[in-house]
Design a protein around this ligand. Structure first.
Ligand code: AMP
Ligand code: TRP
Length: 345
């Protein structure tokens, strides 16, 4: 009989898997849009958080820099409150079952399905012939990340919804093709509104580590001076600050700064608008600096402290990989048996 390898879920509401790429510095968008959400979810779900270095190399990465950013993302997550003790926090390439399951899923997913993926089209751009094959099958590896743990829930941003739907399609086709329900269909946990942090230079563009202007984002490692300067320089508009939702209409930069303030203080729009009514943009930006420093300062300091001891980060990640591997190896074995791979004697 095959073994599922899954550990009992106990009192938890389900099993979560989420991934984050170790490409460049963590910024406020990653924190408010993803990591902070994970910190909340870890109370109710069994959580596996994966630093996806194998996804990162689908586009060129400098090897020494990849090592540094992998540790920095781990440190940033721990500093932000992701518990490496209660959850599995680990590096994708440390758990070989991801790549092994991805191969099987490459044979389940259809080329037509991948051709519809908008992220590939965006990332490959005009020079599609020159994109790596890895970039093309990126969504299959992401499906493997999720399915190799039989994860029931996957917190993702809006931009990853299509990939998650593909993971569900792959899981369903696998179950049907082999006549056995091996994989549960993973449910998206999409974050609520206000969690999309936009660039400080352009309220219509997402805050992103790939933006060439460092003034467009708040890095998790920025100190008070950098945070103050970036908010000072942040684009605003010539009108007074809005006092009602209606007055925010058509003012993406004002909306973004208000959303950031609301998220950092856990307040509603109405509360924020009441807080800032009558202020000039400059005074609002000074307030924003204070709340950002309050939230990010301690995380920033703890990240730096952890980065001073890379060997300890590596040990934490090794323990995470061990936990993850216990589940993943069992599910991979079940898959190999179902597919008809001759068990090794
Ligand atoms: P990435 O930095 O693109 O690898 O994304 C890592 C995680 O952070 C994903 O869950 C993204 O959806 C989230 N994320 C990245 N940028 C933003 C942003 N500007 N606003 C909200 N969430 C974001
Ligand atoms: N593709 C995701 C992103 O760019 C990262 C990711 C990789 C992921 N594997 C995952 C997210 C599995 C959720 C589940 O943000």
């Amino acid at each position: 009989m095959s073994t599922s390898g899954s550990t009992p879920l106990g009192q938890k509401a389900g099993r979560i898997l989420s991934g984050i790429q170790p490409t460049g510095n963590l910024h406020l968008g990653n924190y408010l849009g993803a990591i902070r959400n994970w910190v909340t979810l870890q109370q109710d779900y069994e959580c596996l958080f994966c630093i996806v270095d194998m996804h990162a190399i689908t586009v060129w990465q400098d090897p020494a820099e990849l090592i540094r950013t992998t540790r920095e993302v781990a440190a940033g997550m721990i500093a932000a409150g992701v518990s490496p003790v209660d959850n599995a926090l680990f590096v994708q390439s440390h758990v070989p079952a991801h790549a092994q399951l991805a191969w099987v899923l490459n044979c389940v997913a259809r080329i037509g399905w991948l051709n519809r993926m908008t992220q590939f089209k965006d990332k490959a751009g005009k020079n599609r012939e020159n994109a790596s094959v890895g970039l093309y099958v990126y969504p299959n590896l992401m499906a493997a990340d999720i399915l190799v743990y039989k994860a029931t829930h996957v917190p993702v941003g809006e931009d990853q919804k299509q990939h998650l739907e593909l993971a569900r399609d792959i899981a369903q086709k696998f179950n049907i093709d082999f006549g056995k329900v091996v994989f549960p269909l993973p449910e998206p946990v999409i974050r609520g509104p206000g969690m999309r942090v936009m660039s400080l230079r352009d309220g219509l563009k997402k805050m992103s580590k790939s933006d060439e202007s460092d003034y467009s984002r708040l890095n998790m490692t920025d100190d008070r001076d950098a945070i103050a300067l970036k908010f000072q320089k942040a684009k605003s508009d010539p009108l007074p600050l809005p006092t009602t939702d209606a007055e925010m209409e058509g003012r993406p930069e004002a909306i973004n700064l208000i959303n950031i303030y609301a998220a950092l203080t856990d307040k509603s729009h109405a509360e924020v608008l009441a807080d800032i009514s009558g202020l000039q943009f400059s005074a609002f930006k000074a307030k924003l600096t204070e709340v950002a420093v309050n939230v990010l300062g301690p995380i920033n300091a703890e990240t730096k402290r952890l980065m001073n001891d890379p060997a300890e980060i590596d040990r934490v990640l090794a323990r995470g990989a061990e936990k993850a591997n216990t589940i993943a190896a069992g599910v991979l074995k079940e898959v190999y048996d179902v597919v008809g791979f001759l068990p090794r004697a």
